[in-house]
Write a protein that binds this ligand. Structure first.
Ligand SMILES: [Zn+2]
Length: 137
């Protein structure tokens, strides 16, 4: 509900299109403007269609999901190597630390784009035209 208690209709938004735009770092609405103005800093609004993007609440979700994916891939690979080959365990440091760093940096931005796009597509937080900031916890 808005300040004058009128309820604004919310047309259904295409989740899959928003997902694809988010993973590419594009505006979830138009798919043309950039979602980000830096590596992870989000534009206040889309430079192409002016859709407000500052409402997002990605918070800790992108790093949490990135750590879960990277952790499973790296630890699973270490277990596989340890059970399949006989190598000095110290050698895992040489490949796993750079792999964790690179994989995290590669995944973090598209995951943040997906989170923001899903928030936009589902009218979460300030993306909801009926959003009441007084009830934002
Ligand atoms: Zn846009």
């Amino acid at each position: 509900m808005t300040i004058d208690n009128t309820i604004v209709a919310k047309p259904k938004r295409d989740l899959w299109a928003a997902f694809k735009n988010g993973i590419r770092g594009k505006c979830p609405k138009c798919g043309k403007g950039s979602l980000f103005k830096g590596y992870l800093r989000v534009n206040d609004s889309c430079p192409h269609c002016s859709e407000a993007l500052h409402h997002h609440r990605a918070d800790d979700a992108p790093p949490y999901i990135t750590m879960a994916i990277v952790g499973h891939v790296i630890v699973g690979t270490i277990f596989h190597i340890e059970t399949s080959y006989e190598i000095d365990p110290i050698l895992h440091i040489y490949w796993s630390l750079p792999a964790m760093l690179i994989l995290s940096l590669v995944l973090l931005r598209p995951i943040k784009g997906i989170i923001i796009a899903m928030q936009w597509a589902n009218y979460l937080h300030g993306f909801d035209p009926n959003f009441d900031p007084k009830n934002d916890h």
